[in-house]
Design a protein around this ligand. Sequence first.
Ligand SMILES: Cc1cc2nc3c(=O)[nH]c(=O)nc-3n(C[C@H](O)[C@H](O)[C@H](O)COP(=O)(O)OP(=O)(O)OC[C@H]3O[C@@H](n4cnc5c(N)ncnc54)[C@H](O)[C@@H]3O)c2cc1C
Length: 339
Amino acid sequence: MNNFGYKQASNIDDAVTLVAASEKTSFIAGGTNLIDLWKYNITNPAELIDINHLNELSNIEQLENGGLRLGAGVKNADTAYHPIVEQKYPLLSKAILAGASAQIRNMATNGGNLLQRTRCYYFYDPEVPCNKRNPGSGCPAKDGYNRMHAILGTSEQCIAVFPSDMCVALAALDAVVNVSGPEGARSIPFKEFHRLPGDRPDLDNNLKKNELITSIDLPEKGFEGNYSYLKLRDRHSYAFALVSVATTFTLDGSIISDARIALGGVAHQPWRSFEAEQFLEGKTASEENFALAADLILKGAKGFGDNDFKIKLAKKAIIRNCLMALRPETQLPGAQPAA
Ligand SMILES: Cc1cc2nc3c(=O)[nH]c(=O)nc-3n(C[C@H](O)[C@H](O)[C@H](O)COP(=O)(O)OP(=O)(O)OC[C@H]3O[C@@H](n4cnc5c(N)ncnc54)[C@H](O)[C@@H]3O)c2cc1C
């Protein structure tokens, strides 16, 4: 490993100024992704700006509009087990706890979770081309081993998936990401935060250079009545999603008045289909309608060989998770999975 500098930021402005000092300076939060990338020689910062001591990033607080603000520096575990998150935003709590391991969730921060990079094997191997790591070099995943790769929103240049669980729930909840940078503070709606690869697969999100994520706002509506997070993976724990689904409903009897369905493990960003959600609104909450919604969500899905199975798996997962959201008691710890 190369020598590197290390500074602790004392407040948000200080962090932004310090990180802008050179091209090869990087924020470090929990370090659970950054250090991995460094060990694999995918990144090589000359200086780290430690943001773990910023009080402004370390709280969870209620907002005047009834929502909840999650500090970017709050650990994933502290967020998942926060009493207001557990009671009012159980979908988010479930999604965070489906990710990684207890040790990693104790280190990982909310801001870092949004910025974790893909787990594409080719991205992690500096000996092979990868348009995300080295723009213009090619994408061996398209014709290579691509079991974990994307089926939606892919481009000629990249078929990597964004691996977060937490972000799938944040997408369904319509969260907002607050950032501060050299040009001041701004708020980014969650659906505009992550990007599809297009012809710039090196960009994962729409954060501008040297911007610091300060917090994530959850709207007042938490969907604590009907929600479910389903993660399908090769091992029951400590594995990234092949397909995951976050579903929430507001029901008027058996009629759906508000539906949210977000998918993880299938695209370069958490995947939502507003067409499918609108289709469900005003309809009966039935398996038949969930299957029709799944077809709308997966419209245009395309496999690359090894990952063809994901299209069928995603359809089944969507239907099953919608049914589970009708019986949120199946989400409680120790509950049996829905039939
Ligand atoms: C073995 C393993 C298994 C995992 N399994 C899962 C899983 O199943 N599901 C899942 O969702 N995740 C999983 N993860 C990923 C884990 O959730 C992320 O590594 C973690 O959330 C990153 O947070 P961090 O605070 O450690 O970020 P860091 O590693 O410190 O930083 C990551 C990146 O974000 C930048 N950064 C951090 N905070 C900010 C900020 N506030 N503003 C601007 N930039 C910032 C850093 O500069 C860096 O580029 C796994 C990780 C490991 C190592």
